[in-house]
Design a protein around this ligand. Structure first.
Ligand SMILES: *Cc1c(COP(=O)(O)O)cnc(C)c1O
Length: 434
């Protein structure tokens, strides 16, 4: 068995030392994986429950075109999301091009000239800098007279609650909290921590809108930010909730008032969520959401495996090999551009699509530094699929995420290690001793 298994890995280019090192780590992770499976089980039932309660029928799986009036499948899908997130309403659309777009319409729909927004978790995700106008940008919120402040997280990664209280002023209309670390080397926030920050804001002024950028966080825990008081929870369908099947899309789940406001930006004033056909995406949206809890669990196993593999070789990893996880991203500090490139090439080589391509750093729209991305995905840019990204800047962190299945994630990580080893950028202990 073990011999057959090595042979199939060897065909992928994995040598004996890397293989045995990986197998050894896997044996130590059984208890962790059991807990991940349990979370997936609870979330799976949550989704099935919602689909049953919303009485999803075969008719919901076909779509509409044109204006999309009376699009049953679209409306019911939004009910399903609202049910899973425990919110009054939701917007789940192929017209939302990506996570940044969803966040942008949530912000611009709910803010007015003269309002102030505050980020409670420090600098937001790179692409939001231009949405907000932190970096000058055409059409930014700043150009519309919306001001921005941020409160940094404390050095230990927790919210600065006194700082948040002090920052809130008469103009503060909205606060935004980014759950995941994004391209930062900081801890991802737990849903419970997010709940504490929201409670703090609401204790100062209950009418302040609390928005959470939930990208990469969906189904990692058994509760979502909307369960702890978020007025809007926002994410991308080519990450966790799309389950790898959604070919595009974003969602916002929240209060009816906030969702309506966002909808008037998504389409236009007056039309809101009434228009916007689901086109031919309903089946993949429903089926993807159905699969999402288990797909997310596969990605989580990959992240835990990666943490333990690289930690064991002396690299700085975040989160570390043992701690509780709140998103699917694993950050590894590789220390040099060469190592980042080698890591990404290994991930790419493990992909089902475009495995023969060699990723290169490039100037990606919305990002300040050059970025390298490894992804051999069925959906372009989908990062619930096995992928790695890294801005080319010191200390040369690579951010690894995804894997629609656990074995594919495992292969990706072993290939990344093999690639580093082949470039003589790492030493893997001899398998004989393992
Ligand atoms: C992915 C991501 C986004 C949105 O990115 P898109 O590429 O536009 O979907 C926003 N915030 C965080 C933390 C993310 O990880």
């Amino acid at each position: 068995m073990m011999k057959d298994k090595f042979e199939i890995y060897h065909r992928e280019g994995i040598d004996r030392d890397v293989f045995l090192y990986g197998e050894n780590i896997c044996r130590k992770l059984e208890e962790r994986f059991r807990k991940i499976d349990e979370t997936a089980e609870i979330n799976q039932l949550k989704v099935i429950n919602a689909m049953q309660e919303c009485r999803i029928s075969e008719a919901c799986l076909s779509g509409t075109t044109g204006y999309g009036y009376n699009d049953l499948g679209r409306d019911k899908l939004e009910e399903v999301y609202a049910s899973v997130f425990h919110t009054e309403a939701a917007l789940v659309r192929p017209l939302i091009a990506c996570g940044t777009h969803a966040l942008a319409i949530a912000l611009s729909g709910n803010l007015r000239p003269g309002d102030e927004m505050i980020s409670l978790a420090g600098k937001p995700y790179d692409t939001l800098e231009e949405v907000i106008g932190i970096r000058p940008s055409r059409g930014s919120l700043k150009e519309y007279g919306i001001t921005y402040k941020q409160v940094d997280l404390l050095p230990d990664g927790n919210f600065d609650l006194p700082g948040i209280r002090a920052a809130i002023g008469p103009k503060t209309r909205l606060v935004t909290i980014q759950r995941s670390k994004g391209y930062e080397m900081r801890r991802t926030l737990s849903v419970q921590q997010i709940g504490e920050a929201i409670a703090c804001v609401k204790s100062v002024r209950p009418d302040i809108i609390c928005m959470v950028d939930n990208c990469y966080g969906e189904f990692v825990e058994t509760i979502e930010p909307s369960d702890v008081g978020a007025d809007m929870t926002v994410g991308s369908l080519i990450k966790n909730p799309g389950g790898g099947l959604a070919p595009i899309g974003g969602y916002i789940a929240g209060t009816k008032e906030c969702i309506d406001n966002a909808a008037f930006r998504m389409t236009c004033p007056g039309l809101g969520s009434e228009i916007g056909p689901s086109l031919f995406f309903n089946t993949s949206f429903y089926q993807g959401f159905f699969l999402a809890p288990v797909v997310t669990s596969a990605a989580l196993k990959g992240a835990v495996f990666a943490a333990n593999i690289y930690e064991g070789l002396g690299f700085k990893v975040l989160p570390d090999g043992k701690e509780e996880r709140h998103d699917i991203i694993e950050a590894v500090t590789l220390g040099s551009p060469e190592a980042v490139i080698a890591f990404c090439r290994g991930i790419q080589a493990a992909a089902p699509v475009d495995s023969f391509a060699a990723p290169e750093p490039w100037d990606m729209p919305g990002y300040d530094d050059q970025v390298i991305m490894a992804a051999g995905a069925f959906v372009e840019g989908s990062s619930i699929e096995l992928s790695a990204d890294a801005p080319i800047r010191p200390p040369y962190n690579v951010y690894f995420q995804g894997g629609l299945t656990w074995p594919s994630a495992k292969l990706g990580i072993l290939m990344s290690l093999q690639s580093l080893k082949n470039e003589k950028l790492v030493t893997v202990p001899s398998g004989e001793k393992a």
